[in-house]
Design a protein around this ligand. Structure first.
Ligand code: AMP
Length: 386
């Protein structure tokens, strides 16, 4: 019987997960180095500790019935040791091991029958030359582990650029990928239970700005065939990984074909829309999956546009909410972070649509975001300055 859930990582994904878990009657303990983390603020308790502090992680295991995580850059050893000591962890260390290493991830996807762009591991000048000859340019080089939001990534047009990236990476393992001239990027949120039940949501279409998700349009503007294939590939990966929980597969759509770019073994930014636009969010599905409950049909109730609210480094107080919320189709989520440095994910809003996703609706979402600004207001009662 599960009563208490442990979450490693105290960010916004953990927060939204904890809000659903609390609604469903569970106790939640978060572990994060930052006191009063976004998740810690809504959890019953927070253990303030580093992610590689195994004693603290073991304490989390000892005080909870199941442990999960909200980001993948955790020392795999911590999760393995929890499992070895008999604590229940979802998703498993095997899933984490595959998805935190881009080479292991792409190899696993390819071996499971999912299409991926040509890639090679490179860690020397010789490797780069061989990869360049086999795969060609332009190419994208990325650190194999630890990168996120476009960090640890180089787009290169020739061997000189690739060698410069290798040098800049300073000995980190890199993946060399063919540059994909994609038409769109889409993602599928999926959940799998321990019994093997699998549900996947309609794909979202994602627009990035300098590597960080900016907008998600739901449903993605792709053919029913592409949408169906993306869901089918995602569900196949869910079964192959034997993952328990919500997760996300990101795809490139190119020339009418799909290529898997990344698998995130946790709820995902591009699935925030599921909170307001579906009957059961990716966070609730995650609670259900890791607690052994049945999954819920992933039904889209409304089309939607999810808009990320990023910090701009111009202050820590969000202004313009009064204007934004004059629009009744908008649902606002703010993550409770005290500081809003440039490009930090501070919140998002979901704009619920009455009809299809159109250029006009996208423009309306952008205009709504333009109402918001970060200032240094002295008003300590304003949003976010907790
Ligand atoms: P990633 O960290 O792999 O999700 O990459 C971040 C973003 O970089 C993606 O969302 C794409 O916009 C872009 N990107 C990554 N890999 C490639 C590629 N092989 N070809 C073209 N664009 C890429």
């Amino acid at each position: 019987m599960i009563r208490t859930i442990g979450v490693i990582g105290g960010g916004q994904l953990g927060r939204m997960f904890a809000l659903d878990a609390k609604r469903m009657g569970y106790d939640v303990i978060a572990l994060d180095p930052q006191p009063r983390s976004p998740c810690g603020q809504v959890a019953d308790e927070q253990i303030v500790a580093q992610y590689d502090d195994f004693d603290a992680i073991e304490r989390l295991g000892a005080h909870t019935d199941v442990v999960t995580y909200e980001f993948e850059n955790i020392a795999i050893e911590s999760i393995r040791r929890l499992e070895e000591r008999g604590y229940s962890v979802s998703p498993s260390s095997l899933v984490l091991q595959i998805t935190q290493d881009r080479i292991a991830e792409k190899t696993f996807a390819r071996d499971s029958g999912a299409p991926v762009a040509d890639f090679a591991e490179v860690s020397s000048v010789g490797d780069v030359r061989a990869a360049g000859e086999r795969i060609g340019y332009p190419a994208v080089l990325k650190t194999v582990s630890g990168g996120y939001d476009g960090k640890g990534q180089w787009r290169v047009s020739d061997e000189r650029g690739a060698l410069a990236a290798l040098e800049e990476a300073g000995g980190a393992r890199l993946i060399f990928e063919r540059f994909v001239p994609f038409e769109r990027e889409i993602s599928v949120i999926c959940a799998r239970s321990a019994k093997g039940e699998i549900v996947s949501y309609p794909p979202a279409e994602n627009e990035h700005d300098a590597g960080i998700l900016s907008l998600s349009l739901v449903p993605a503007r792709v053919s029913p065939e592409i949408a169906g294939n993306a869901r089918e590939i995602t569900e196949r990966l869910a079964a192959a990984l034997e993952i328990v929980g919500s997760f996300c597969v990101e795809f490139f759509v190119t020339g009418g074909n799909l290529l898997v770019n990344e698998i995130a073994p946790r709820p995902h930014n591009s699935g925030h829309y599921t909170i307001d636009a579906t009957r059961c969010s990716q966070y609730e599905q995650h609670v259900r999956a890791i607690c052994g409950l049945p999954l819920s049909p992933p039904e889209l109730m409304r089309n939607a546009i999810m808009v990320n609210i990023l910090g701009t480094g111009t202050g820590n107080t969000l202004e313009g909410i009064d204007q934004l919320l004059k629009d009744p189709s908008i649902v606002l989520h703010v993550y409770g972070k005290r500081h809003a440095p440039n490009r930090r994910k501070m919140g998002h809003f979901t704009m619920l649509l009455d009809g299809p996703v159109t250029d006009r609706e996208i423009a309306r979402a952008r205009e709504a975001r333009a109402l918001l600004r970060w200032t240094d207001s002295a008003d300590e009662t304003a949003q976010v300055t907790v």
